[in-house]
Design a protein. Structure first.
Length: 136
């Protein structure tokens, strides 16, 4: 936060950014990179945050960790990492990359993702899932 380029960004971006919050996470399960089979397709990046209901953080942690290995085996998965917030340990984040939208759409149809969305109301107080594309 004290480097010249970060300070410069902060000074120049005041009118562009509504609020600033830097959140630090501890890696629970590291990314596992796979070669993309379709280099011409645009990758899809997903940032997902889940905050556990009170007393449900360890149960949510175990459940989310169970999604990692099967997802990493999916043909379209390039990166799938799970992190835990350092300041709010009840908050977990996925950083995901799929080779293309087709790979992500296939991921969303997996039975364990159906189970995830059925389980969220039981374990999760707050969630955010955002799709991104890389800026080249």
């Amino acid at each position: 936060m004290k480097t010249t380029h970060i300070k410069s960004f902060g000074e120049r971006s005041g009118d562009l950014v509504e609020s600033r919050q830097v959140r630090l996470h501890r890696e629970l399960l590291p990314a596992a990179a796979q070669e993309s089979t379709n280099r011409s397709a645009e990758p899809v990046i997903i940032i997902a945050h889940f905050t556990a209901k009170p007393g449900k953080d360890e149960e949510l942690s175990a459940f989310l960790q169970g999604l990692v290995e099967p997802t990493r085996r999916e043909p379209g998965c390039v990166r799938y990492e799970l992190n835990r917030d350092l300041d709010e340990p009840a908050t977990f984040s996925f950083v995901e990359t799929f080779a293309d939208r087709q790979g992500f759409d296939a991921h969303c149809k997996m039975p364990y993702i159906d189970t995830l969305f059925a389980t969220l109301p039981v374990l999760v107080a707050k969630q955010y899932i955002g799709l991104r594309r890389p800026i080249h």
